[in-house]
Design a binder for this molecule. Structure first.
Ligand code: GDP
Length: 458
């Protein structure tokens, strides 16, 4: 393992000539014009100016720049894990952190993420260059032990308890060249201290950060004094933070766009109303199909989400790993009543189960997320990041169905679904000290509709 203090470590800072694969921003990205064109809500002029500044920073310091000055540029590397929904939330959060701290965002995508998105930053690439010496070790346990910020804080505390003294904040000679910030669901009490204002000064001096996480940690950034006033300027309406970030960062690649528009034109475009069902069951073996369907039907009936009597033609898209939900919904609204209702039900894929490391599986997931986002009415599943992303792109507040969960049984009197109060995703595992601004105090964060221990911008 190369030590960050090693002189060799400065080599990767000369990123210039060697990018992992020759890539560059594709100005022909067919989806971009359509995807980024949202009539409302509009991004603030301050956010737009900040994005333009970021793009020039990325050009100046990023992998394709000719002259890189390591003293002048700092980086944050996003290393993905889990499914596509989690990754999109994680990457959006990392990008906002990069914007706030003037770092260049680089992604450590493997082959399974190939060709899903257009490069977001003009005349540059966001791919981590091959010369990065930690490339193959980013995810390893040993890497975490040696370079994680949590472990550094823990060691510091142990040293102090023994009466020693290491790396006081304010002492720049003690800054490492690289730190891993580990923020996954199983992060420990030391890792969580990343979200404390008093630690940002130290982190700020480290040229390379590697963030390992898969959640939407933006509510915690809003709670930090360090970032609060800048965030308020960037997002005067803090209920659309994710919507703006996801639309800016993730435009479907030409390949994905071809598949999305092909399906859309063939099946969904002609309907006067599009309804999307996103049905995600985390423990299918232990969760009865009928119990899930019961929640979905009581939600749609109670809130009159599908009115077969109306003379509006409707298409229903069912996104789910399982074909059974499609068949049942098709039976209820489509096939059985087609002549009289003008409702047609479709499913783009049914993958059976979640795969990892599979590019074509991820492509289908992206296609489903994007097709869902064309819905006028969205019905999503509790705890699912896949649904949060679809709603965020759509700009449509979803009805979140409370899917039965064997590990977290719900009360019998709980409603079958709740309308999301805004487009913001839920952060599923906030640190205890972030929790929450007391209700009625004008707080920035509050409870999530679907996860009682989660936190979201309100
Ligand atoms: P979450 O687990 O529901 O929070 O969502 P993630 O997107 O993080 O992980 C679930 C993964 O399972 C997805 O990325 C897909 O690979 C797969 N998956 C789950 N639901 C669907 C679906 O409706 N359609 C497709 N195509 N894939 C799905």
């Amino acid at each position: 393992l190369l030590h960050p203090e090693s002189p060799f470590f400065s080599l990767p800072l000369r990123l210039a000539l060697s990018s992992r694969r020759p890539r560059i921003y594709d100005p022909t990205c067919d989806s971009r014009a359509v995807h980024r064109r949202t009539p409302s809500p509009q991004p603030s002029p301050y956010l737009l100016a900040k994005l333009r500044d970021y793009e020039s920073l990325h050009r100046r310091c990023g992998p394709l720049s000719e002259s890189i000055d390591p003293t002048d540029c700092k980086f944050v590397v996003y290393s993905p894990s889990q499914g596509l929904g989690n990754r999109i939330l994680g990457l959006s959060s990392t990008f906002l952190y990069a914007l706030l701290t003037n770092r260049v965002l680089l992604v450590d995508f493997g082959p399974d993420m190939e060709d899903l998105f257009c490069e977001p930053f003009p005349n540059s690439t966001w791919y981590l260059p091959e010369t990065f010496p930690f490339l193959f070790q980013l995810q390893t346990h040993r890497f975490r032990a040696s370079y994680s910020y949590g472990n550094l804080l823990k060691r510091k505390e142990e040293e102090q308890n023994k009466g020693g003294k290491i790396g006081q904040d304010g002492d720049s000679s003690s800054s490492p060249a690289l730190l891993q910030i580990f923020l996954q669901d199983k992060y420990n009490e030391y890792d969580k201290l990343f979200f404390k204002d008093e630690n940002q000064g130290f982190v700020e001096r480290v040229p390379w950060l590697v963030l390992i996480h898969d959640g939407y940690f933006i509510p915690c950034l809003f709670q930090m004094q360090t970032f609060r006033s800048e965030l308020e300027k960037l997002f005067p309406d803090q209920e659309t933070v994710f919507h703006h970030l996801v639309k800016y960062l993730f435009s479907p690649s030409n390949q994905a766009w071809g598949q999305i528009t092909g399906f859309y034109e063939a099946y969904l475009a002609k309907a006067e109303e599009r309804i999307g069902f996103q049905i995600r069951v985390f423990e299918p073996k232990q969760t009865p199909f009928t119990a899930v369907m019961k929640q979905i039907t009581s939600c749609t009936q109670k809130h009159r989400l599908i009115l077969p009597q109306s003379d509006t033609s409707k298409s229903i898209l069912v996104a789910s790993l399982s074909r059974k939900y499609y068949e049942e919904i098709d039976w209820m609204y489509g096939r059985r009543r087609r002549q009289s209702t003008g409702i047609a039900v479709y499913q783009a894929s049914h993958e059976g189960k979640q795969h990892s490391g599979d590019n074509s599986h991820n492509m289908k997931a992206w296609m489903d997320i994007y097709l869902l986002s064309t819905s006028d009415v969205l019905v999503t599943s509790s705890m699912s990041t896949f649904g949060y992303v679809a709603a965020g792109i759509a700009g449509v507040k979803p009805w979140i169905v409370m899917i039965p969960d064997p590990y977290h049984p719900r009360g019998a009197d709980e409603p079958a679904c709740e309308r999301a109060i805004n487009l913001e995703p839920c952060f599923h595992f906030p640190p205890w000290f972030a929790y929450p601004d007391p209700p009625g105090t004008g707080g920035l964060v509050g409870r999530c509709e679907d996860v009682s221990w989660g936190l979201k911008l309100v």
